[in-house]
Ligand binder design. Structure first.
Ligand SMILES: [Zn+2]
Length: 191
């Protein structure tokens, strides 16, 4: 069976992100080994917007509200990446969905791995100029008021398994169970 046929079967011949049935094609979720597990079926509208973030139609991606709950890891990865993209554009609903989207460790690592990462983003650096990578543990070097969450993240708090953002001055991490954005100048990388 070809990959396309496998995916047609898995998805009931509909886009796995938005359920459209127009011009479906196989989209390899990078970095992909070319198997059907690492590919999804997408429609033309999804496909073209994934490839050209500039042309993104925000409302189209409300479809992720449903598709992010897919059991297929490759779909979860694409939902995560698109929500990340949308929330970096200031779409609060996308951030809310992202907060609800639970990926197991392996899938999250996949979602955070992009072929183009190094080209797009300048490296994030901590207060000492050490390069921060996704998954690093960092320590806060001062008390930080967390706006909107109503607590202070204390100096010395360890934030484990940070995520990078498109802004080299900011990373994301979980403090008191809340996912927050942290300024890298207030962080020290743990060795
Ligand atoms: Zn679609």
């Amino acid at each position: 069976m070809t990959i396309e046929k496998e995916l047609m079967q898995r998805s009931n011949s509909a886009c796995e992100l938005c359920s459209s049935t127009d011009n479906l094609s196989v989209f390899e979720v990078s970095p992909s080994n070319g198997s059907s597990e690492q590919a999804i079926l997408t429609c033309e509208a999804c496909n073209s917007q994934i490839n050209k973030p500039d042309s993104i139609n925000v409302n189209h991606w409300r479809c992720l509200n449903d598709s992010m709950w897919s059991q297929v890891p490759a779909v979860q990865v694409m939902a995560w990446r698109q929500l990340k993209q949308l929330s970096s554009m200031g779409e609060m609903w996308a951030q809310d969905l992202l907060d609800m989207l639970y990926l197991d460790e392996e899938t999250l690592t996949w979602a955070q791995t992009s072929d183009a990462d190094d080209d797009i983003y300048p490296p994030a650096k901590d207060s000492n100029g050490a390069t921060l990578n996704a998954g690093d543990n960092v320590t806060l070097i001062k008390d930080l008021d967390v706006k909107g969450a109503g607590f202070t993240a204390k100096r010395g708090t360890v934030v484990r398994g940070i995520s990078l953002t498109s802004n080299p001055d900011q990373i994301e991490g979980r403090v008191n169970g809340t996912r927050i954005v942290l300024l890298t100048k207030f962080l020290k990388k743990q060795n």
